[in-house]
Design a protein around this ligand. Structure first.
Ligand code: NAD
Length: 497
């Protein structure tokens, strides 16, 4: 059975409640430009209801005081339900935002399942309690759930980002109001159904699509203790400034423009094959993609020839077709943004080495995968996040110049080094100012934190750091012997809350 496409209610306080506004969002397939579903949007009154429900579920419990194992049990049930419906989620995400179906099954559904598994494993050894002893005093230190979390998420990987925020929030005892992107509310509301079926107590998770204005009201709500936001740097800045008023805690996962340094000794066949997903997955709509390729003068022409062969091997087309590797942009607006960048690159004098024209489709928000060479480090196509299948290749003379170019960016989310010498790769990677650097295409996995330096954000997700982001440390000053007694009784241990 396919997942629901039409909703008339919002998920508030464990129930499907009729909204107090009659406004709706029509969800449009980016491949066919047809309406595929409709959802209601929340009003300010609905946000009040949701925040109050989350507040009550937090303040009166039992969610924050339940044993971590009991909370995990519910999340594990949700995990199994997603796994049961994995094909349905993949189909829905492909329809909703245009991800090629083979990638939907892996990056759109496989990845959030792996992420959830990782959080479920890490929470078992998360230090909810630990002791610290020193000459200056002895303490029991606890990690308290932070409170009510407002989660605002983008459209590009809707299930992954929802899990990225909801799982660590709930596992640490917080309650959540989740605001999906207007482009992908169907995936998020389908996820809410699974939490309902899994027996999550009322109010612990609330899911409401909302306009920008109403979303800002949510973020500014005095009942919200923390904002966790993934999206553009511009919106992140605005929301962080709103959070400053109430000292609402923030995690911001923002844009990126990540560089891949291809060192002279790199295996070019393996490097190029790695870029298929590292630079172009989800049709270029992933924050961590390596979109600035830095190649030495010596290997530049050879690299471009192989990159051309790679791009030509990636069919552009209907994302429901298993042969498709590049689908449409998620929205007409995003298609226009990408097309404008391609025009800007041409106007600035960069050379179109690959693509740069129009695709043959007469429907859908397609753009032709495009690679620019002969770029200048300050061109907009090199400095700004495009969020589409557009890459730039820049030449460097030596390692220092490669590192300098990699760091010549307002962003600091991700990066890559390709080399046949891992020690050399690690040394170069250590000079790149980003939250993650992948060497030879190796993923750091979900036990490792992700997040940005510079304009790519504040805070980290995934790993212990991702759980920690939803807690407040609390220190109890106690007599030294008592603290030692706690330890002896096994009450100070990791995960023994
Ligand atoms: P966006 O910033 O336009 O929107 C993100 C979310 O914020 C959406 O839910 C949107 O409805 C909401 N929003 C927009 N304006 C708002 C406002 N004024 N007040 C409250 N909410 C508001 O981003 P997008 O176009 O949906 O997503 C693409 C961006 O997300 C890219 O910049 C990409 O790099 C970034 N992203 C980052 C990561 C990461 O982990 N760093 C992951 C995925 C996407």
């Amino acid at each position: 059975m396919t997942l629901t496409r039409t909703y008339d209610s919002l998920f508030i306080d464990g129930q499907w409640m009729k909204p107090s506004s009659s406004e709706t969002i029509q969800v449009v397939s980016p491949a066919t430009e047809q309406v595929i579903g409709t959802v209601p949007t929340a009003s300010i009154q609905d946000i009040d209801r949701a925040v109050n429900a989350a507040r009550t579920a937090f303040d009166k419990g039992p969610w924050p005081t339940m044993a971590p194992q009991e909370r995990s049990e519910i999340l594990r049930r949700v995990r199994d339900k997603i796994a049961e419906r994995r094909d349905d989620f993949a189909d829905l995400i492909t329809e909703e935002m245009g991800s090629p179906i083979t990638q939907s099954r892996t990056i759109q559904v496989g990845a959030p399942l792996a992420l959830l598994d990782s959080y479920l494993e890490l929470v078992e050894t998360f230090p909810f309690r630990d002791i610290r002893t020193a000459q200056s005093g002895s303490a029991l230190v606890t990690r308290e759930p932070l409170g009510v979390v407002a989660a605002v998420v983008p459209w590009n990987v809707p299930l992954t980002v929802a899990i990225q925020k909801v799982a660590p929030s709930l596992l640490t005892g917080c309650t959540v109001v989740l605001k999906p992107a207007s482009e992908t509310p169907l995936t998020t509301l389908a996820l809410a159904r699974l939490f309902e079926e899994a027996g999550l107590p009322p109010g612990v998770l609330n899911v409401l699509p909302a306009s920008r204005e109403v979303s800002e009201y949510l973020v500014s709500h005095p009942g919200v203790d923390k904002l966790t936001f993934t999206g553009s740097t511009a919106v992140g800045r605005r929301l962080a400034s709103i959070c400053g008023q109430n000292l609402t805690r923030v995690t911001l996962e923002l844009g990126g423009k990540s560089a891949a340094i291809v060192l002279d000794d790199a295996d070019l066949d393996a490097t190029i094959e790695s870029l298929r997903l590292a630079s172009l997955r989800n049709s270029g709509q992933i924050c961590s993609l390596k979109t600035r390729l830095l190649v030495s003068n010596r290997r530049h022409d050879e690299f471009i020839d192989r990159l051309r062969a790679l791009v030509e091997s990636m069919p552009v087309g209907d994302p429901r077709d298993a042969a498709t590797q590049i689908g449409p942009m998620a929205t007409a607006r995003q298609r226009d943004v990408v097309q404008n960048y391609i025009d800007a690159g041409k106007n600035a004098g960069a050379k179109v080495a690959i693509g740069g024209g129009r695709t043959s489709q007469d429907r859908g928000y397609f753009v032709e995968p495009t690679v620019f060479t002969d770029t200048d480090p300050d061109m907009s196509i090199v400095l700004e996040e495009i969020f589409g299948p557009v890459l730039t290749v820049s030449r460097y003379e030596d390692e220092d110049m490669a590192v300098q170019l990699a760091n010549h960016s307002p962003y600091g989310l991700n990066g890559a080094v390709f080399t046949s010498d891992l020690d050399r790769g690690l040394a170069v990677a250590s000079r790149i100012r980003t939250g993650t650097v992948e060497i030879n295409g190796n993923s750091a996995g979900f036990h490792a934190p992700v997040g940005g330096f510079k304009d790519s954000g504040i805070g980290r997700e995934a790993g212990y750091e991702g759980l920690d982001a939803y807690t407040e440390p609390k220190s109890y000053g106690l007599p030294h012997d008592f603290v030692l007694g706690l330890e002896a009784a096994g009450k100070s241990r990791v995960g023994s809350a």
